[in-house]
Design a protein around this ligand. Structure first.
Ligand SMILES: N[C@@H](CCC(=O)N[C@@H](CS)C(=O)NCC(=O)O)C(=O)O
Length: 220
């Protein structure tokens, strides 16, 4: 790891296993940015983060001119809009939008209810895993036709969805591996083994003001 002039760096407030933060870190890494990574605790968010983004979700990206991007998809589009070496943005926009919206709404809602039914005491969460399974099955069908969800190349949609499919698989990996979805299982495994994912999942200690060490992600 190298040291960089902090003024010129991007700052990213992040939480290691948050799927929204994962998709953002993967895009920033792929685009080759140098990022000062500020690992936070969701239960103890730094004041500095809440000052720039009062809604209190990660990821939060601060650009060198001080502007703030605090939605994961906007961070992905910003980073890849600057540099997209593997053409992740080069895919059918309508399909991409459909897949990401379904993931971030229907799939995410069902995933939360499957993973954390205790958080929804007034709801019947028993069907949540089935809703997830239907969407996973659709992804598997698409992956039967080509190596990635939209075509043979990785696109933004693959990276946007992958951390959520990972989270769903990890709730009960034996169940996930027993699904008759070999194409989806292979796709997940390949993304888990990618250098991009492995690098952005390195563990960093929680950031606090005054920390000298800058924790960086970059593909340089
Ligand atoms: N729409 C936001 C959602 C981000 C989000 O909900 N992140 C979660 C962590 S995975 C969070 O920060 N939750 C706030 C909390 O738990 O206090 C995005 O895409 O960036």
């Amino acid at each position: 790891m190298r040291n960089f002039d902090q003024k010129n760096n991007l700052i990213l407030y992040s939480f290691r296993r948050c799927p929204y933060a994962i998709r953002s870190r993967m895009s920033l890494y792929k685009a080759g940015f140098i990022v000062e990574l500020r690992e936070i605790e969701l239960k103890n968010k730094p004041e500095q983060m809440l000052e720039v983004s009062p809604k209190g979700t990660v990821p939060v990206l601060i650009l060198p001119d001080g502007s703030v991007i605090d939605e994961s998809l906007d961070i992905m589009e910003w980073a890849l809009g600057k540099n997209d070496p593997d053409d992740w943005l080069n895919a059918d926009k309508t399909e991409m939008k459909f897949l990401i919206e379904r993931n971030d709404n229907k799939f995410k809602q069902a995933l939360d209810r499957y993973k954390y039914p205790g958080r929804y005491p007034n709801e019947d969460c028993t069907g949540a895993r089935t809703v997830c399974t239907e969407i996973l099955n659709d992804l598997n069908k698409r992956l039967k036709k080509h190596q990635q969800i939209l075509n043979n190349n990785i696109a933004m949609a693959d990276i946007a969805l992958f951390p959520f499919v990972r989270q769903c698989a990890l709730v009960d990996i034996e169940w996930f591996n027993s699904l008759p979805m070999p194409h989806l299982q292979k796709w997940l495994q390949e993304h888990l083994e990618s250098t991009t994912f492995k690098t952005i999942m390195l563990k960093f200690k929680t950031w606090s003001e005054g920390d000298k060490a800058i924790q960086l992600i970059s593909n340089h």
